[in-house]
Write a new protein. Structure first.
Ligand code: G6P
Length: 580
């Protein structure tokens, strides 16, 4: 959701900014731009990906800001691309300024002209208005006027960058040659020390110093731990990050199981687990599907009642929260605006908040009472794959622990990484299925029980990266409407991992086949009826989504390629949705 980079140091800024933007491109990629301060300010903005800025590396100057955009207010045009320059300042912004219209009217009344339709441009106008020689002071004044969310990097005529953060991530880092800032770590590989700005923090960066402030004045932040900063991803010989990340699923599961084991030593958390009678899972997109899988596992294994809500709905439901209820907010990035709002609401209503996130220094981790960090490592492809497996690994461990503490038996998850390895190999078989999907009008994924959640995740993947209309549906519900959409050749993928329910799902499969559907199967049982099948290894049925999702992710990957798309950077989407 938009990426910000900024640099001030001894080197030429433009090549550094462009490298940073390429690393951040997965956050948004409908337009990009950089502004560099040398003898004068130079600005280049283009519609499209960061590569469209080719040539901008020639700009001279050792201080600059850059941005890759995911449009919220205003279409992806050159005018709407950042940086926005007004008077003496250049600004890049991530977030949404909710009172932009009012502020714009105020600026217009002063006779100022706007050159874009964005909410962000108003920040440049206010900064210029409040600037009386101290850019940080002007930024503080400006922020007092802003309603909404923001990460801002701004520069004036001096060789300094000023920054502000509210509800949108922003990191600053010190490298050998100068100071850097970015929306996430991917663009800070040259930094030895990195700080994550907190809510309401400001910073001033010059070549030699980074100073961080809150309302009360200058503060000393702890730098991120070494292991958090390390491990910047490369494609490692794979054509796409998505394929690389699929192949990393076994390691992601193994690391996450290990993380849960250490986390579960926390006595305070064990006490909460022992007392938990009701659970709520919250998430968006893939994280929501993890929550659904967790709900099934918790109810099945521990007989504890659980609900799972979309964060974007929950935050407006006026939810009923029992004091001491455990609410589990799931978010790979830990920065999804709706999940943060939903989690904060639950906490305000008296819930105990457990964060399940892949980023230990994220906003979600800071607001939570307990933070369970998944071990997926950095995930770059927009479509979540290994982070889903990681979430399931910790959530299933959590469900197993709940059951153990209630004297309902022990479960072993230790074999899941090996089983995932075997599932990955079997999933290559989906490549041969792509012919049936390439020109499909719509696709169905069917299942029962937890397989419905897996089916929904498979459908989401296909929509996200192959742009195919598809539905993940409860097999028993098909005949209550959607069956009308099944026609000759419609691809139907049946997910069957639970013996007791498989026969029932097969009924739905027959109903679709009888109407001409092209049926494919992901199953834990030997193939029947000669249908094309990816057979996943038999595992504890309560944990099967962690395996069954893999062939569906792989299928989406191959269909995306067969349709000529880039699976890493799907249109209109962004990795981390930091606005509502
Ligand atoms: C975006 C991403 C999805 C992700 C969702 C939730 O829509 O494209 O892949 O599942 O956000 O993200 P989170 O970081 O909260 O897990």
């Amino acid at each position: 959701m938009c990426g910000i980079v900024a640099y001030v140091g001894r080197k030429q800024a433009a090549p550094i900014l462009l490298r940073g933007l390429s690393a951040l491109e997965y956050r948004g990629y409908d337009s990009a731009g950089i502004a560099v301060m040398g003898e004068r300010l130079s600005l280049v903005k283009r519609v499209g990906r960061v590569s469209s800025l080719a040539g901008a590396e020639q700009l001279t100057g050792t201080c600059g800001v850059g941005h890759t955009r995911w449009a919220t207010h205003g279409a992806p045009t050159e005018e709407n691309a950042h940086p926005h320059v007004f008077g003496k300042v250049a600004v890049v912004h991530n977030g949404i300024i909710e009172n932009a219209d009012v502020l714009k009217a105020e600026c217009t009344a002063r006779g100022e002209k706007f050159s874009s339709e964005t909410d962000s441009e108003v920040i440049a106008h206010l900064l210029n208005f409040y600037f009386k020689g101290d850019l940080l002071a002007a930024l503080k004044e400006t922020c007092k006027r802003l309603v909404g969310s923001y990460a801002i990097a701004a520069m004036g005529e001096e060789r300094e960058i000023v920054l502000a953060r509210r509800a949108s991530p922003l990191l600053v880092g010190r490298g050998e040659d100068g100071a850097y800032a970015a929306s996430d770590l991917s663009a800070l590989s040259a930094c030895q020390t990195v700080y994550a700005l907190g809510e309401g923090h400001f910073a001033r960066m010059t070549e030699d110093a980074i100073r961080i402030f809150d309302d009360g004045g200058k503060i000393a932040l702890k730098p991120l731990k070494k292991e958090e900063v390390e491990g910047l991803p490369a494609k490692g010989g794979y054509a796409h990050f998505m394929k690389k990340e699929l192949m990393e699923i076994p390691a992601s599961i193994a690391n996450s199981l290990e993380n849960y084991r250490s986390f579960a030593q926390n006595q305070a958390f064990c006490r909460v687990l022992c007392q938990t009678e009701y659970l709520t899972f919250l998430g968006c997109g893939t994280a929501y599907h993890s929550g659904l899988c967790a709900k099934y596992a918790v109810e099945r294994l521990a007989r504890v009642r659980a609900a799972c809500h979309l964060s974007s709905e929950y935050r407006y439901l006026n939810p009923i929260v029992k004091r001491g209820e455990l609410v589990v907010a799931i978010s790979q990035s830990g920065e999804t605006a709706d999940t943060l709002a939903a989690a904060e609401l639950a906490k305000a209503k008296g819930a105990i908040l457990l964060a399940v996130t892949n980023v230990g220094y994220s906003t979600l981790s800071r607001i939570a009472d307990f933070c369970l960090v998944t071990g997926a490592g950095r995930e770059v492809a927009v479509a979540a794959t290994k982070s889903f497996s990681a979430q399931l690994a910790v959530l299933f461990s959590f469900a197993a622990d709940l059951a153990r503490l209630r004297g309902m038996g022990e479960r072993d998850l230790g074999n899941l990484p090996v089983l995932a390895e075997r599932t990955l190999a079997a999933s290559e078989g989906t490549k041969a299925w792509t012919g049936a999907f390439v020109h499909a009008k719509n696709v169905f994924f069917l299942g029962r029980g937890a397989d419905v959640a897996t089916a929904m995740e498979g459908s989401l993947k296909l929509k996200e990266i192959a742009y195919l209309p598809s539905e993940g549906y409860a097999a028993g519900e098909l005949k209550h409407g959607p069956l009308a959409l099944v026609e000759q050749g419609t691809p139907v993928v049946a997910v069957m991992t639970e013996k007791a329910l498989a026969e029932k799902t097969k009924n739905a499969v027959h109903e679709t086949a009888a109407r001409g559907a092209n049926v494919f199967v992901v199953s834990a049982f030997p193939p029947e009826d000669g249908l094309p099948t990816v057979e996943i290894p038999e595992a504890d049925e309560a944990f099967s989504p962690i395996l069954a999702a893999i062939p569906l992710q792989m299928l989406a990957y191959y269909v995306s390629l067969a349709r000529g798309y880039d699976p890493d950077l799907p249109r209109n989407l962004a990795k981390s949705v930091t606005v509502e």
